[in-house]
Write a protein that binds this ligand. Structure first.
Ligand code: HEM
Length: 178
């Protein structure tokens, strides 16, 4: 498996890095556009039910565009992480550290993995809340729908934007580290 990933990365390096970067652009960029452009625009709709319905629909569109790229991001990440040999540069076969600098870089890869995991779980939770809001709106329960969507806009999307920007910065650092 390891040889396969190393060979795949060696054969298709440009495409793999491109897919990784474009996935990050769509995921993080999509959230920024929704939070700082669409959200402000939707806030001007006076009818609360219509406003919440539009918000739920906009998020549905965003999430369905974004989730395939979340998968592409982790697949390309695994190929890059193995293909670039971070572990082999940092540790020997028994797990002893052989190079402190390489170990620091390898730890950054782990930080990115953790960020991806948190962002994905947060996305899954947002999809769940959005669905609940849609059901509540269909039943005419505006207060419940508002609570579900408010949390997404106020905290959950901003958290993922910040984490995404951190992951991009670490990606640039990794690229320039060897
Ligand atoms: C499983 C988690 C991840 C791993 C193991 C990982 C690994 C890497 C590696 C090794 C690079 C350097 C590529 C190179 O040297 O050519 C990189 C670059 C990059 N990563 Fe990730 N990544 C992960 C998650 C993410 C996430 C969640 C984002 C953003 C949402 C992201 C955005 C980027 C970007 C934009 C670059 C390009 C930086 C540049 O070209 O200067 N990565 N990543």
């Amino acid at each position: 498996m390891k040889e396969f990933l190393v060979q795949t990365f060696a054969d298709h390096r440009n495409v793999i890095v491109f897919l990784h970067v474009i996935s990050a652009v769509i995921w993080v960029g999509g959230m920024i556009a929704i939070r700082f452009a669409t959200h402000q625009s939707l806030a001007q709709i006076e009818d609360p039910k219509l406003r919440l319905e539009r918000a739920a629909h906009t998020l549905k569109r965003l999430f369905s565009i974004v989730w395939p790229f979340v998968i592409i991001l982790i697949l390309t990440a695994v190929i890059m992480a193995v293909g670039l040999g971070f572990r082999a540069a940092a540790m020997d076969a028994s797990g002893n550290v052989i190079n402190e600098y390489a170990m620091g870089i390898y730890n950054m890869v782990h930080v990115k993995e953790a960020i991806w995991l948190i962002m994905s779980l947060n996305l899954a939770a947002m999809m769940f809340r959005r669905r609940k809001a849609e059901i509540a709106l269909r039943e005419g329960n505006i207060a419940v729908a508002k609570g579900m969507l408010e949390m997404i806009a106020k905290y959950m999307v901003p958290v993922n934007i910040v984490l995404g920007i951190c992951a991009i910065f670490i990606g640039v650092t990794l690229r320039n580290a060897y």
